[in-house]
Design a protein around this ligand. Structure first.
Ligand SMILES: [Zn+2]
Length: 171
């Protein structure tokens, strides 16, 4: 068999120094850092924190929701940090996402980007493209020094989403 592989364009995030982030971005990243302390991960010891800033379509109110990963003895069953944050936001009727942040204590950098399922679920609540901030480098205490700023469209290009079915986001 033979296949032709088109030229590959890797996804390049903006790598931003902590002090160059917008204040609201810093707040969101720190919420993800703090959330990672709540991880239940006795099997992998790989704690992850996530934070999502989301808007309520009716009230216009914006709020930050956080989550951490929750593992199960029936490993690999479990929930991602992003999935838990998404669940909280959506159940609280904040279904328009404005920004997300992810922090992997053990693996800052490109290893800490959201998994495929979470990318799809983050895309589900996008009206306009929004930043996904992934802690890229930390100091010895785990404080973020560099952050990779992706967008959800970068992480999930041409993803299946409500518009694929002619639906509105955040209904
Ligand atoms: Zn995930």
């Amino acid at each position: 068999m033979q296949f032709t592989m088109p030229a590959f364009e890797p996804v390049e995030p903006q790598i931003v120094a902590w002090k160059e982030l917008l204040p609201d971005e810093q707040s969101l990243v720190m919420a993800a850092v703090r959330a990672s302390d709540d991880a239940y991960c006795p099997y992998s010891n790989f704690s992850v924190g996530a934070a999502i800033c989301a808007r309520n379509k009716n009230s216009g109110q914006t709020k930050i929701f956080t989550g951490a990963n929750v593992e199960s003895a029936a490993y690999p069953l479990g929930r991602c940090a992003e999935g838990n944050a998404i669940g909280k936001a959506v159940n609280d009727h904040h279904r328009i996402f404005l920004a997300a942040a992810v922090y992997c204590k053990k693996a800052p950098g490109r290893n800490g980007t959201p998994c495929g399922e979470c990318r799809g679920n983050l895309l589900e609540f996008k009206i306009e493209d929004y930043p996904v901030l992934v802690v890229y480098e930390t100091d010895a205490n785990g404080f973020p020094l560099m952050v990779a700023r992706y967008t959800i469209e970068q992480l999930m290009p041409d993803g299946f989403c409500p518009a694929s079915l002619g639906m509105l986001v955040g209904s």
